[in-house]
Design a protein. Sequence first.
Length: 201
Amino acid sequence: MYKNFLKRIIDFFIALVALILLSPVFIVVTVLLYIANQGKPFFFQARPGLNEKMFKIIKFKTMNDKKDAQGNYLPDSERLTPVGSFIRQTSLDELPQLINVLKGDMALIGPRPLLPQYLSLYNESQKRRHNIRPGITGWAQVNGRNAISWTKKFELDIWYIDNLSLATDGKVLLLTLKKVLKKEGINQAGQATAEAFNGYN
């Protein structure tokens, strides 16, 4: 009952209350990023969700759009703005995804929604991550986040799907708060963002 009914109801009401309570923070961050990113505070990108159905994920935009002489984007580390770096370290960049939760695109807890181009690279086990709604946080995030390998992330995602329960979700929420406060696992060593998945990690 929890997986198929109660989880969605609980997610909706928690997301609604969180958006209301955090609205002052939401507004301040939006203004700061509007200034830092030349009028572009939000980042929208297509991601596969439940049953691989595509949706537009909403995040705060932590990198600018600067390009080199050839018109190619500069490396992520060079486009990450100071305010963007702070927002990413505090995980505030994930805050707009509460809107995705309200819409039903996402859950509070579940496998993180990844890029569409990764779909063809998954093995049969890894494809199971789309059997439930993707989450703002998840079992993989509280057990390493960007500091662990893709293989380990997928193993943790599948473990969560097989052990999904109210108790598991409660544990993930508590551990997420701990991770955010300690700023653990934000980036992989030596990188501003996580490395791309190539099917062999």
